[in-house]
Design a protein. Structure first.
Lengths: 225, 225
DNA sequence: CTATTAAGATAGTGACACTATCCCCTTGGG
DNA sequence: CCCAAGGGGATAGTGTCACTATCTTAATAG
């Protein structure tokens, strides 16, 4: 398969594929002659993964590259690659400068929640700080987030993560890493979209639904009926 | 309060505040003299909201502006503003060109899920297409998403949305709009962070947790102890 | 031996979120 | 009055990001 074939079959412009090759998101093809390279189905598969992560998952090129590199690192064994890829999935997130002290209301609430859920191991990881940042932002806006406000989120997510790990365990070993990356990233928009759809629908049915209705109904689902 | 005070109390550089003023994210202050304007606590509050939406929530300036404009539109009543703001919250999402036909596996699965959950009203809205896009991407990568794969996500989210609408209903009327915006956007990172923490913790406890452990354990929670 | 296309390298593009600069006006003192 | 300091507003510039267009060289096609 030539580069142009990769482009045709994936729908990605050749210039973009060249860019991905340059950035190391896609391994080089077999250079048959000085002016022709041969690509395989594996390249196509990788290209589709990269595209999905970037376009649907909203990941940055840099973060995607980290994930790819971790997944391909031959000096690591399977679990190490797995962990490295998982770590790399968050590297695209912003890193705030302020790290609230352990005494803060935000940190107290988060720590309490994690302890209660049995997820205390993540303290000091980027994800933990994501959580603290979001809770801190809410508090600054006058929406205090104590544990009772937070608990429903953990309660919603806990069974889901069990399920997702089950799904992942159902893949053959050699597919697990790629599946983990794809499922971690691409299920995010599904979760978020369902949540917002839920908001619209729940508030519509809650506060009258016909015509000029209750609170967030009318325009919450416009152009529908 | 002068612009520089706004800057000091919010931590946002004056140049950035000026930018937000220009973009209409922040209403102009009372021009006391030709070279001095007076800002209020309301400006500070708005500024903090904008900052949180942009920095923590990852919203674009354009989308944020849409939300602000909707929330301030005096030609609309409260419910209309509510709906308009809710709509504007999604305007930042990408719009794909391909719209899969109703027969597609992705659309079939999504439609079935929404029908089952009782959320059939959202078809053809941006959110619906977000959902379809994500499911389509997963299928293209060889991860078919039939309704049994999707159902746990709806199941996780449905009670959460009920709870969140309850929380919102607890606010006084005049605060509901701003609260809805803040909670919709800023709870997203909380949900996502908890999900990923859950992945790490669940897989760690599932596949051995000490030292060089099972699948995603060891490096999934590194530098911990 | 030319013409067409391919691959690779280099530089440019447009969007985005700021940010630095310039200018004027006020404020305050002699 | 003048001059200097500093805030406020308008304008243009900066850095980043994800591409994208162009140019160069090379090899098949007739």
């Amino acid at each position: 398969m030539r580069l142009s074939d990769l482009s045709t079959r994936s729908g990605v412009p050749t210039a973009t594929i060249k860019y991905y090759l340059r950035e190391g998101l896609l391994p080089a093809g077999d250079r048959v002659t000085a002016s022709r390279s041969e690509y395989t189905e594996a390249h196509l598969r990788r290209l589709r993964l990269v595209r999905a992560l970037v376009q649907v998952g909203g990941m940055s090129i840099a973060a995607t590259k980290e994930v790819i590199r971790a997944a391909e690192d031959d000096t690591l064994d399977q679990h190490q690659r797995f962990g490295a890829a998982q770590e790399a999935l968050f590297s695209g997130r912003p890193d705030a400068e302020e790290r609230p002290e352990p005494g803060t209301a935000a940190r107290a609430a988060v720590d309490e929640l994690l302890a209660e859920t049995g997820w205390g191991e993540c303290v000091d990881q980027p994800l933990y700080w994501n959580l603290v940042d979001a809770v801190t932002a809410l508090e600054r806006l006058g929406h205090p987030c104590d544990i009772t406000r937070l608990r429903p989120y953990a309660a919603a997510v806990a069974p889901l993560t069990e399920y997702e790990v089950d799904v992942l365990a159902g893949y053959p070993d050699e597919e697990q890493l790629e599946a983990m990356v794809a499922l971690t990233v691409l299920n995010e928009p599904i979760l978020l979209a369902l949540r917002r759809i839920g908001h619209a629908e729940v508030s519509a049915t809650r506060f009258g639904s016909s015509g000029t209705a209750g609170h967030p109904a009318g325009a919450g689902a416009p152009n529908v009926g």
